[in-house]
Design a protein around this ligand. Structure first.
Ligand code: SAM
Length: 259
């Protein structure tokens, strides 16, 4: 309801006036509701709560970062080719992460949504050179949310490029991973087969136990050594980054030493 009213006001007012009113609104919203991500999602009108239910998951995983001076990146601003549409989630993140720098990328020009603590870069999540240039300007990230094209190949490519650019202790989140089952996004109708974003992340889950593999001379991958945990939720995956190299002292050559 609130987002419908906001859209009507945006169409009535000159865009500069609308944007300065919106900035005041962001400030007030963060003072009143800063701790409550669900309330902020409703106020800002992001589909992270209207179309999906990602907010509770985000609150659980992101809460500890709320007051830290984090570097946050979202892939996908929203609103597609309309420069003035979208940006709801960026304003929500700005309200929630009170000391955070919110960066975003989109294939379309989204500069009208830039403001203090919100920077937007134009380019594709599947373009390694563009992502490297973004990273040169932002530095390493604490949190990355992939809410871009949702193409399976893009989800995997962006993760491979950007995960190494996350700080230890940081988080990488992928939304709408149900496209793994949708051929129109490069997914597969059969469940559990290779070549989808879900199968990519399922395989990474094996790597969490790589120290106990019985494969002679197994060379751990970057992901094996730097993924601390993976969390699968309805239509989304959350990956926590951290050193994962310590062998369990309860296991030796395939035998559990004690129980
Ligand atoms: C679902 S919307 C993002 C919504 C927004 N994150 C929110 O929660 O309010 C997806 C956005 O991703 C952008 N997009 C599509 N393909 C992309 C690509 N290859 N790289 C970066 N952004 C892309 C679209 O232009 C669109 O604005």
């Amino acid at each position: 309801m609130l987002h419908v009213i906001k859209k009507k006001i945006r169409n009535l007012l000159p865009s500069k006036t609308f944007r300065s009113w919106r900035n005041l609104y962001v400030k007030a919203a963060s003072r009143l509701h800063g701790k409550n991500l669900r309330r902020l999602a409703q106020l800002h009108g992001t589909d992270k709560i209207f179309g999906h239910n990602y907010i509770d998951v985000y609150e659980k995983h992101f809460y500890e970062f709320r007051k830290q001076s984090i570097t946050f990146l979202e892939i996908g601003v929203g609103g597609y080719d309309d420069p003035n549409a979208g940006g709801e989630s960026l304003r929500m993140w700005k309200s929630y992460f009170v000391n955070g720098k919110i960066h975003a990328i989109d294939i379309f020009d989204k500069t009208p949504h830039e403001q203090d603590r919100i920077n937007i870069f134009k380019g594709s999540q599947a373009d390694p050179e563009f992502l490297d240039n973004v990273h040169k300007k932002t530095g390493d990230f604490d949190i990355i949310v992939d809410d871009g094209s949702h193409l399976n190949v893009h989800i995997i490519e962006s993760f491979n490029i950007l995960f190494p650019k996350i700080k230890e202790g940081g988080i990488y989140a992928v939304e709408d991973i149900q496209t793994s089952y949708w051929p129109s996004y490069g997914g597969k109708q059969e469940v559990g087969v290779d070549g989808t974003a879900m199968s990519f992340f399922r395989k990474l889950a094996d790597g969490i136990n790589h120290m106990e593999y019985l494969i002679p001379n197994y060379k751990p991958t970057y992901h094996d050594c730097n993924i601390l945990s993976l969390h699968f939720y309805h239509n989304m995956v959350i990956v926590h980054k951290g050193q994962n190299t310590a062998k369990s002292n309860l296991v030796s050559g395939g035998i559990l030493q004690s129980h």
